[in-house]
Design a protein around this ligand. Structure first.
Ligand code: MN
Ligand code: MN
Length: 481
């Protein structure tokens, strides 16, 4: 039975807009904010160009944190020095995962405000025995990391980054292919003239995982007795430059990534084209939101820059490990006189989190996969609140609570953050996962909240500058809420 119609008399004060529409964010912002967006994204573009691996992201994060007064938590632990409101600390785990914390005014038991993004991106890792010789060339054998479309990785210039650990404990950093006069590396593809059989294969099979072999060198060593002269020459060059042997490559982590800098994209320079924006866009915006805090926040602010998200958050530097609990336990131990497990559990349970990861944008080249009826996020429509991810009936999804979404709508609106809703494509098209459900195990409120990309997981991904800036603005507001 319908209710009584509301009388016209009682409804004259304010006209309620019963419909919701989202327009292009560029139509809503001021001239001064327009400028801010461009200058913020200059910094982001440089960050993206400098940071190509999870280790480099970790290093850069520590450098920026230290410049902003953050200190290593181990200093406090070693000296049994207590932490108090306003203290800024960081914890680095195996040079890959970084956690930054600003101790707030409120008791930790009342919960923290956590923003969590990931530093790892899809790439090609070298195998433990990578170097071999074939067809008068030396090549590097790879095992890809994360979800890639293999055909995208052939013929493009690749840079080699990473570390080699020697038996004597020495660690050698390698980075080749980013400076303009550096050599680059490359995976060859078949010429179309001979590509008849390849062209008939499925797109996912045209280039195989074992086919991702990187051309490394071609000059043989002039040594009659040597069996593999080209491989030997290549290894000798590595020894001359880095004092490493083939055996040392066993204890190495060397990654091939697209070579070169991130660029402004579009005639209006409104976008960024760059490698690794999944998820370094959240890393940069989340990190700066924390570093740019002017006042001591009420709730303790935490920024997690985690590793291994692209392969399921496993391993000791992934969010599925106990790393986060361990760090918060140390912090509680240093902020209270009597450490209690109950304090830790309450602190985690009462926390609120934004799982800062990227989502898919509507792509006019592939409209058939988009979630219809305004449910697909759009370029330049701001930061995305993604209630659920998962696949086939939301399976594996955190599915954030309506109550929490209402709080965030208010928070973002009050802070003039341009935001939108999003879904990873239409129902039953595919799906994805983030670290949200792992953090929800602590019973805290978590929602996926990051920006959208075009060509996600491709060697070069596209993001809108307005969206990037709105992530920063939204994350900053979140830390004060
Ligand atoms: Mn991601
Ligand atoms: Mn990803």
């Amino acid at each position: 039975m319908p209710g009584k119609p509301v009388s016209k008399k009682g409804n004259t004060k304010k006209k309620v807009d019963v419909l919701f529409s989202q327009e292009n964010g560029w139509l809503k912002i001021s001239k001064s904010e327009h400028k801010q967006i461009y200058s913020f994204c200059d910094g982001y573009r440089n960050f993206l160009s400098d940071v190509k691996t999870e280790r480099q992201a970790n290093r850069k994060g520590i450098d920026l944190a230290e410049e902003n007064g953050f200190r290593n938590l181990s200093e406090f632990i070693d000296k049994k020095k207590k932490l108090s409101s306003g203290d800024k600390i960081y914890v680095t785990i195996s040079s890959k995962t970084l956690i930054l914390v600003t101790i707030g005014k409120n008791n930790l038991e009342t919960g923290m405000r956590i923003i969590g993004g990931h530093t790892d991106s899809p790439r090609l890792d070298l195998k433990p025995r990578p170097l071999y010789e074939d067809g008068q060339m030396s090549l590097l054998d790879t095992h890809y990391y994360g979800g890639i479309k293999k055909y995208q990785w052939v013929t493009i210039p690749l840079a080699l980054h990473g570390v080699v650990n020697k038996k004597n404990g020495e660690q050698i950093a390698i980075s080749i292919g980013e400076a303009p006069d550096d050599p680059v590396f490359n995976i060859t593809d078949l010429l179309p003239h001979l590509g008849k059989d390849q062209a008939e294969k499925k797109l996912s099979e045209g280039i195989s995982g074992e086919g991702l072999n990187v051309l490394f060198s071609s000059i043989p060593k002039n040594d009659k007795d040597a069996k593999e002269k080209i491989k030997l020459n290549a290894m000798e060059l590595l020894f001359q430059s880095y004092r490493i042997t083939e055996e040392d490559l066993i204890s190495a982590e060397l990654e091939l990534v697209p070579a070169g800098s991130a660029r402004d994209s579009g005639i209006d320079r409104s976008m960024i084209l760059g490698y690794g924006q999944d998820d370094r866009v959240s890393v940069y915006t989340g990190l700066l939101a924390l570093l740019d805090q002017k006042e001591i926040p009420a709730a303790t602010s935490v920024c997690i820059l985690t590793d291994k998200e692209e392969i399921g958050s496993v391993g000791s530097t992934g969010m599925y490990s106990f790393l986060f609990e361990n760090v918060i336990a140390e912090i509680i131990n240093l902020t209270t006189d009597n450490y209690s497990d109950l304090t830790l559990r309450r602190c985690l349970k009462n926390s609120k989190m934004l799982s800062a990861d990227v989502n898919a944008l509507h792509d006019p080249n592939y409209p058939e996969v988009s979630s219809p009826n305004d449910n697909m996020a759009k370029l330049n429509h701001g930061l995305i609140l993604t209630k659920y991810v998962g696949a086939r009936g939301k399976s594996g999804s955190n599915d954030a609570h309506a109550e929490y979404l209402a709080e965030l709508r208010k928070l973002f609106d009050d802070a003039n953050v341009i935001w939108q809703t999003g879904e990873i494509g239409k129902v039953d098209q595919g799906g994805g996962g983030t670290i949200a459900f792992m953090m929800a195990r602590y019973e805290m409120d978590v929602v996926d909240c990051g920006i959208g990309l075009l060509s996600m997981h491709a060697p070069w991904e596209t993001a809108g500058k307005l969206d990037i800036y709105m992530a920063y603005k939204g994350y900053k507001a979140f830390y004060s809420f």
